[in-house]
Design a protein around this ligand. Structure first.
Ligand SMILES: NC(=O)c1ccc[n+]([C@@H]2O[C@H](COP(=O)([O-])OP(=O)(O)OC[C@H]3O[C@@H](n4cnc5c(N)ncnc54)[C@H](OP(=O)(O)O)[C@@H]3O)[C@@H](O)[C@H]2O)c1
Length: 384
C-alpha cells in the first residue's frame, strides 16, 4: 500500500479535503495528487489552505502535491508533462470534483458532472498502474423515487428534483460503462454531508446548512415533507474514513455503496426540527425565549404555493431565503430509505462505528451557531 499514489479531484471541496485528511492518517499513507481548479493565484491560495486543513503528519506531508487542473477539459486541463507523470505513477483516482449547485442548469451539469467524470475515467484508462477508480456520488441520484432504494439502483430516465441529481445519475452511468469495459470502478453515494464528528468543522456550509441558518434566524415558517421520513445526515470525517477503507483494503471493483447513516441512525424530519431547536438553545442560551414560531410541517404543494406568493410580494432577502429553503427541501417531498446493506457489510472490520444522529447533531449546530454560519474554506482563509 505504501507505493500507492492517489489522485483526488475536487480536493478543496467539502468531501475532497476530508478524503485527503483520512488518507494521510492511514498507517501507510499514499502519495497524494490533489487537483484543484483556478488561476495560478487561486490554486496557490487553495493549496495553502488545503495543506493546513489536511494537517498531514510529517512523512505524509512531503508526498502531497497540489495540481492545477479542470476536469471539464480534456486530460483534466493538465500540461502534457504533468499528465504523462500521472499516467506513470497514479494507482488510484478518487473523483470528487463536481458541480454541486442545486440550481445548476442542464448544460452546467453536463459539463461539470457528466463530461468531468468521462474525462477522469479517460485519464484512469491511461494510468498504467491504476487498480482502482472511486466515483464519489450522491444517494439522491434516486431523484423523485420513493421508498426503499437499493445500492445498485440507477434509473437515468427517472424524475429528478434538479439538474444536479440528473447529471450525477448520468455521471454514474459513465462510471458503469467504463466498469463494463474493464476499468475497476466503485461508486460511493453519499447522504447529506455535515461537519466532522470530532469538532463540527466543515469547509463549506452548503446543503442543509442554509436551512439550519434560516432556522436559527427565526425565519423558517414552514418545512415541507412527511414527518416520518428519515433525514440521512452523515458526518464528513466518518464518510471520508469509510470511503478510505472501501477504497483501500476493502476495495471491490464494480461495487456501489450508499455511504449513508441509514434510517436506524437518523432522526426523522419530525424529530429533527425540535432537536435542532434544542441544539440551538444549548449553543445560544436564551434563543428560545425570543419566541420564534416552531416551523410547521406542511405538504409540498402548500410549501410551493407559499414560495410562489413570496416570489410575488416579498422583500428580496425573504425571497432569497425561501428560494434557498426550496432547493434543499424539495427532496423531502419524496421520502425514501437508502439501503446500506453492502456498505455495512464491507465496512465490517474497519472499526468504524457511527453513533445515532441525536448524539452528534449538537456538535454540528454548535459549530454553525458559534461561527455565525460562516465556513472555513479556502475563500475565508484567502479573503477573510
Ligand atoms: N456535500 C454533500 O452533502 C454531498 C452529498 C452527497 C454527495 N456529495 C458528492 O460529493 C462530491 C463532492 O462534493 P462536495 O460536497 O465536496 O462539493 P463541493 O464542496 O462543491 O466541492 C466540489 C469540488 O469540485 C471542484 N470542481 C468543480 N468543478 C470542477 C472542475 N471543472 N474542475 C476541477 N474541479 C472542479 C470544486 O472546485 P471549486 O472549489 O473551484 O468550486 C470543489 O473543489 C460530489 O460528487 C457530490 O455529488 C456531496
Amino acid at each position: 500500500m505504501a507505493d500507492e499514489t492517489i489522485l483526488i479531484t475536487g480536493a478543496n471541496g467539502i468531501v475532497g479535503c476530508e478524503l485527503a485528511r483520512a488518507l494521510v492518517r492511514r498507517s501507510e499513507p499514499p502519495a497524494l495528487r490533489l487537483l484543484v481548479r483556478g488561476d495560478a493565484a487561486t490554486v496557490e491560495a487553495k493549496a495553502q489552505w488545503l495543506l493546513d486543513w489536511i494537517d498531514a503528519p510529517e512523512p505524509a506531508r512531503e508526498r502531497i502535491q497540489v495540481l492545477r487542473g479542470d476536469v471539464a477539459r480534456e486530460d483534466l486541463g493538465l500540461p502534457p508533462g504533468e499528465r504523462a507523470r500521472l499516467e506513470s505513477e497514479v494507482t488510484g483516482i478518487l473523483h470528487a470534483a463536481a458541480c454541486t449547485s442545486f440550481s445548476q442548469t442542464a448544460a452546467q451539469g453536463e459539463t461539470g458532472n457528466v463530461l468531468g467524470t468521462r474525462n477522469a475515467l479517460e485519464l484512469a484508462k491511461r494510468c498504467r498502474k491504476l487498480d482502482r477508480f472511486g466515483l464519489v456520488s450522491t444517494a439522491y441520484v434516486a431523484g423523485t423515487r420513493r421508498g426503499e432504494i437499493d445500492e445498485d439502483d440507477l434509473e437515468v430516465e427517472a424524475g429528478f428534483c434538479n439538474e444536479y441529481e440528473r447529471s450525477k445519475a448520468r455521471a454514474e452511468l459513465e462510471g458503469r460503462k467504463a466498469a463494463a469495459a474493464g476499468l475497476p470502478v466503485a461508486t460511493y453515494r453519499l447522504g447529506v454531508v455535515v461537519g466532522r464528528l470530532s469538532d463540527g468543522h466543515i469547509s463549506r456550509m452548503s446543503g442543509v446548512y442554509p436551512v439550519w441558518r434560516i432556522f436559527h434566524r427565526g425565519l423558517m415558517a414552514m418545512i415541507p415533507g412527511d414527518e416520518a421520513q428519515a433525514v440521512d445526515l452523515i458526518p464528513s470525517d466518518y464518510a471520508a474514513a469509510a470511503i478510505a477503507h472501501l477504497f483501500g483494503p476493502a476495495f471491490r471493483a464494480g461495487a456501489n455503496y450508499h455511504v449513508c447513516a441509514g434510517a436506524d441512525r437518523s432522526l426523522t424530519l419530525g424529530e429533527l426540527l425540535p432537536a435542532v431547536a434544542d441544539c440551538i438553545e444549548d449553543a445560544a442560551p436564551g434563543w428560545k425565549a425570543k419566541g420564534y414560531p416552531e416551523p410547521a410541517s406542511v405538504d409540498g404543494a402548500t410549501f410551493a404555493s407559499f414560495a410562489d406568493t413570496v416570489e410575488l410580494v416579498a422583500h428580496v432577502s425573504l425571497r432569497a431565503t425561501v428560494r434557498q429553503m426550496r432547493l434543499f427541501t424539495e427532496q423531502l417531498d419524496y421520502p425514501k430509505r437508502f439501503s446500506i446493506e453492502r456498505f455495512e457489510r464491507d465496512l465490517a472490520g474497519s472499526g468504524l462505528e457511527l453513533p445515532h444522529a441525536r448524539e452528534w447533531l449538537g456538535t454540528m449546530i454548535a459549530h454553525g451557531v458559534h461561527s455565525d454560519w460562516r465556513a472555513q474554506g479556502w475563500e475565508a482563509a484567502a479573503y477573510g
